[in-house]
Each structure stands twice: as structure tokens, then as C-alpha cells.
Design a protein around this ligand. Structure first.
Ligand code: CA
Length: 253
């Protein structure tokens, strides 16, 4: 059964430009969300470069491979695609020194068309993946952020992080260093799961309970869920760019 994703992005109510980017590849069953950073137009360029490079890398390898559904190769394919984007951004900055310091988060989801039913995730930064199952939402990625590191060390509690001056400082990003370390996660799926990819412009504005409520109420069309999530984040202030991709099996549309 095919998995189908829909996405929506919005610059929010405060920012002058939208530095988020996303890509839907329903035919090959992978989806990408990126959140760029950097002065001038650097963030726009970085996230777009990251998405374009990752999409073309994965597409060309899946289509050229003699055994495209070979599971063990998928995590390394996703990781190599992100490394390729890292290189592309580094090369761009070499050519355009004004853009020094630009980079992007990225989260990539691939769902195998053949058993076992599972999600392969690759991410860098604080754009997230969630699974919504049986009415509850579970975060599948951990942020590569300063505050997340302190929470894991026990130096801060999740409650203390809200509004912390270091709340949005990332520990790594695609394109900001000569090489990038990608975190890979594989998660078993169930046929009625909904997957959510999003930038922090969503999760800073609305709670897990808000997201669960919207996803459980959404039936069809799928696009309605993405629009409603973005609308909800804007209703709470829309302080950052907001990007949402929701993926579920075609039969549950
Ligand atoms: Ca953001």
C-alpha cells in the first residue's frame, strides 16, 4: 500500500522571509523538511540547497540501483545524501563568502514499499519526526540542540527549557562544518500510523496535545491537516516559519 504525504509551509506572522523548505516524493516514498539559518538570504539558500541535493541524490540512487528495495542500504543512502548536501552548501559558501555561516537542519523519512513495514529516519538539527498512533503522539527524533543536551545530562528539565536564552541554539547543522554527523533511526510502523515531519516553528507554538487533537480530527483531504496545523501555530503567534508534512497510507485517506 502506498504512503502519501502532503505538506504546507508558511512564513508565520513575524519573519520577513520563509527559510524553511520541504519536498514530497510520494512515488519513491521519501519526504524531506529543512529549516535554514544564516544572515542575508543565507537561510533560504541553505534549506533549498539541502532539500534539492538530498532529493536528487536519493532519487538517482533509488532509480539506478539494481535492487532499490534492499533495506540495509537505505540508512546509508540517507546519510550519504545529507553528506552530499553538506558538501554542496560548503561549496556554495566558498563561492559566495558573504554567506559564511549559513546552514540548515534536515529531517528525511523513507518508508520501505516492501516488508517489514518501517520508517527510516535521518536527521540533523531540531526539525522533528513524530508518529501519531492510536490517538497519541510520539517524537521519533531528538533535537541536536544545546538545551536537549542539557536535558539529557540532567542539568535542565523540559519545563526549564521554555523561553531559555539558549533554546534555539543548535549543536550541529548541515553545511556549517566540512563534515556532518547524521543521526539515523529505524522505527517499526503500523498501517494506520500517521507520520509528521515539522520545523520548530510548529512545535514552539503548539503542544503535542494540540497536534494530536488536530490529527485525530482530520479525516480527508490530507492537506487539511497540514493547513490546520500551520493555522494553529499562527493563531498562537506564528513567531517563526512553520513547515509541516503529514504522511499516511493511501487507504486511510
Ligand atoms: Ca525555525
Amino acid at each position: 500500500m502506498n504512503w502519501v504525504g502532503e505538506g504546507h509551509t508558511d512564513k508565520g506572522l513575524v519573519r520577513q522571509s520563509n527559510q524553511d523548505a520541504f519536498s514530497l516524493n510520494n512515488a519513491l516514498s521519501f519526504w524531506i523538511v529543512a529549516d535554514g539559518m544564516g544572515g542575508h538570504a543565507g537561510g533560504d539558500i541553505a534549506s533549498r540547497l539541502a532539500v534539492e541535493r538530498i532529493e536528487s541524490y536519493i532519487t538517482s540512487h533509488l532509480l539506478s540501483s539494481s535492487s532499490p528495495k534492499e533495506e540495509p542500504s537505505i540508512p546509508s543512502l540517507l546519510s550519504n545524501a545529507i553528506s552530499s548536501a553538506n558538501h554542496a552548501i560548503q561549496e556554495y559558501v566558498k563561492q559566495h563568502p558573504d554567506y559564511h555561516g549559513m546552514g540548515s537542519t534536515v529531517v528525511v523519512l523513507y518508508i520501505s514499499p516492501s516488508p517489514p513495514l518501517q520508517a527510516c529516519l535521518a536527521h540533523v538539527g531540531d526539525s522533528r519526526a513524530y508518529v501519531f498512533r492510536d490517538g497519541s503522539l510520539r517524537q521519533l527524533t531528538r533535537d541536536h540542540s544545546w538545551v536537549e543536551t542539557r536535558i539529557r545530562d540532567g542539568q535542565l528539565t523540559p519545563a526549564e527549557v521554555k523561553g531559555h536564552p539558549m533554546e534555539h541554539v543548535l549543536m550541529k547543522a548541515v553545511g556549517s562544518e566540512p563534515t556532518v554527523e547524521v543521526e539515523l533511526t529505524t522505527v517499526p510502523l503500523q498501517s494506520r500510523d500517521h507520520l509528521l515531519l515539522c520545523t520548530d516553528g510548529l512545535t514552539k507554538m503548539i503542544t503535542d496535545q494540540d497536534i494530536s487533537g488536530l490529527l485525530s480530527r482530520s479525516t480527508s483531504p490530507l492537506d487539511g491537516a497540514c493547513q490546520q496545523l500551520v493555522h494553529s501555530a499562527n493563531q498562537r503567534g506564528g513567531q517563526d516559519n512553520i513547515t509541516v508534512v503529514v504522511i499516511r497510507q493511501a487507504q486511510s485517506l
